[in-house]
Design a binder for this molecule. Structure first.
Ligand code: GDP
Ligand code: K
Ligand code: MG
Length: 293
């Protein structure tokens, strides 16, 4: 059976209905990740898994690529929004007439990926208003396919959903579906810590570690997490920790910074190292490193 997977970047002003659309996409059937954060530049809105597809939706492209290119500057973000995705969703609401930012629209018009322009909240207007909106946005973004929807009432949403799937490339899933159904945030915490370990230790160390985020508590202002780095031997534990703990501290500081961007919230990360001689037998772990045979 063929499988499709890809990245969908969602752009649009605050309150146009991005979160509502996400919820409508996900419905009852599929797994999702959401961050409750409102302020972040970096977050995954959701991952929608089907038997033969995986749709990764983000309003902050770049960060969720498998290699976790964590982007620092807003310029990078803006750039990647138009390049590092398979489909761009641009959501506006009925009555919105944002005509000021020509540079922004030039970027959308010049996008090399398919653009779906969704006029949302059409339940709030009449046919005349909708007619004007369709005309306005079709002229403004001639390369877009324009859809009139009501995310709240699920009107037009399945059509958009199906169109996105059509546009996704043939690809295996980017994120293991089984790991995303249960405690999905922890999967990303593990991956971000793993990335720091890959960056800072010689090759044999990253291959010997497994990361397990044991606690993840979201409070109003802060997320508290506790993750264990499991290694196979005492000698590896020493290397991970480093002289006076400096190596581990660096991993913790860098991971925390990225986690704060990712979740859009202050993060407290407690990291510790544990020797576990048996983890390597885990089939999941072997698969992750590509030892699939
Ligand atoms: P976001 O900031 O882009 O994520 O927007 P939200 O999804 O949080 O929606 C902002 C507000 O618009 C909420 O009060 C939603 O209930 C409302 N809203 C979203 N979609 C629709 C829609 O299709 N019709 C109407 N009438 N309201 C909507
Ligand atoms: K909102
Ligand atoms: Mg929202």
């Amino acid at each position: 059976m063929s499988h499709k997977a890809g990245f969908v970047n969602i752009i649009g002003n605050p309150n146009v209905g991005k979160s509502t659309l996400m919820n409508a996409f996900v419905g009852e059937r599929l797994s999702i990740i959401t961050s409750k954060a409102q302020t972040t530049r970096h977050r995954i809105l959701g991952i929608v898994n089907g038997e033969d597809f995986q749709m990764i939706l983000s309003d902050t492209p770049g960060i969720i690529k498998p290699a976790y290119e964590l982007q620092a500057s807003m310029m990078d973000f803006v750039k990647s929004a138009f390049e590092d995705a398979d489909v761009l969703l641009y959501i506006v609401e009925l009555g919105e007439k944002e005509l000021k930012d020509e540079a922004f629209f030039n970027k959308i018009r010049g996008a090399k990926i398919p653009v779906l322009l969704l006029i949302n909240k059409i339940d709030k207007g009449n046919e005349e208003v909708l007619g004007e909106a369709l005309k306005l946005w079709s002229e403004k973004v001639p390369n877009a396919e324009v859809f009139a929807i009501s995310a709240l009432e699920n009107f037009g949403v399945p059509q958009v959903f199906n169109r996105i799937i059509e546009l996704l490339p043939e690809s295996p899933a980017f994120y293991p579906k089984d790991q995303l159904t249960d405690k999905p945030e922890r999967f990303f915490v593990n991956e971000i810590i793993r990335e720091k370990i890959l960056m800072h230790y010689k090759k044999e160390i990253p291959y010997a570690v497994e990361i397990d985020t044991e606690d993840f508590f979201e409070e109003d202002e802060i997320i508290r997490m506790r993750s264990v780095i499991m290694v196979e031997r005492d000698s590896q534990k020493g290397i991970i920790i480093g002289h006076k703990g400096t190596a581990l501290k660096r991993v913790g500081v860098e991971a925390r910074k990225d986690l704060e961007k990712f979740f859009g919230k202050q993060v407290h990360l407690e990291l510790y190292v544990k020797v576990n001689k048996n983890w390597r037998s885990s089939e999941r772990q072997l698969k992750r490193f590509g030892y699939n045979q």
